[in-house]
Design a protein around this ligand. Structure first.
Ligand SMILES: [Zn+2]
Length: 217
């Protein structure tokens, strides 16, 4: 079973009639999905040791990574369940980006969200107002990626509504000088958008460096 950081049992909301055995299986499956995605984001360098956050929506509840946790080595204590629109005793334990995750779930049909700090995408977010991939896969999967937060003070947990509104039109957005927010029906979909965007931005940065080299000859 999963437990929140202060020892309360995490009560996953399931449809009525689900057996106790399948509840345990579902909890284990959810933890496994968070661990797989969190570990991959960390090993790819898309989050630092303590940055980034993941969540999924279960009805009017949200399961989100714990404030200050390490995505590279999540355990059952790092998954916090709280309300999408209501606070409870677990709310203070949730990621500092909880307000953004809540606003995204309220504004879009998303069932999963990933916030990461992909370095090449963050670099381009400091020079572009929109990121358009040069490679075919990037164009197919993430298309045009808005960069929000220009001329605004970027702070943790900030720009809640701007990010949520931008995700009505796009599967992934960049916050200027900060990081990405990707949505999907599954964590895997949001993960695919995040890694694809970073790969596209790496290609764009390589192209820009080649052009600089060429121009100086
Ligand atoms: Zn961040």
């Amino acid at each position: 079973m999963l437990f929140t950081a202060n020892g309360y049992k995490l009560a996953i909301v399931l449809k009525s009639g689900t057996s106790q055995e399948s509840v345990t299986e579902k909890e284990a499956m959810i933890l496994s999905q968070f661990q797989t995605v969190g570990r991959d984001l960390f090993t790819r360098g898309l989050v630092s040791s303590h940055s980034g956050n993941l969540s999924i929506r279960l009805g009017e509840r949200i399961i989100i990574t714990r404030r200050g946790c390490q995505l590279g080595c999540l355990d059952e204590h790092d998954l916090i369940e709280t309300g999408i629109s209501k606070n409870d005793r677990n709310t203070p334990l949730a990621s500092i980006e909880l307000p953004v995750h809540r606003a995204i779930y309220q504004a879009t049909p998303a069932l999963a969200i990933i916030h990461a700090h992909p370095p090449h995408a963050v670099a381009l977010s400091l020079t572009e107002t929109e990121i358009v991939p040069n490679d075919a896969e990037g164009l197919a999967i993430v298309s045009r990626v808005p960069v929000v937060g220009w001329h605004m003070k970027v702070k943790l947990g900030g720009m809640v509504n701007i990010v949520a509104q931008a995700l009505k039109q796009s599967r992934i957005v960049m916050v200027h000088g900060h990081g990405s927010f990707a949505i999907g029906q599954l964590l895997e979909e949001a993960h695919n958008c995040t890694t694809t965007l970073e790969e596209s931005c790496q290609v764009t940065c390589l192209l820009k460096s080649l052009r600089v080299t060429s121009a100086t000859k």
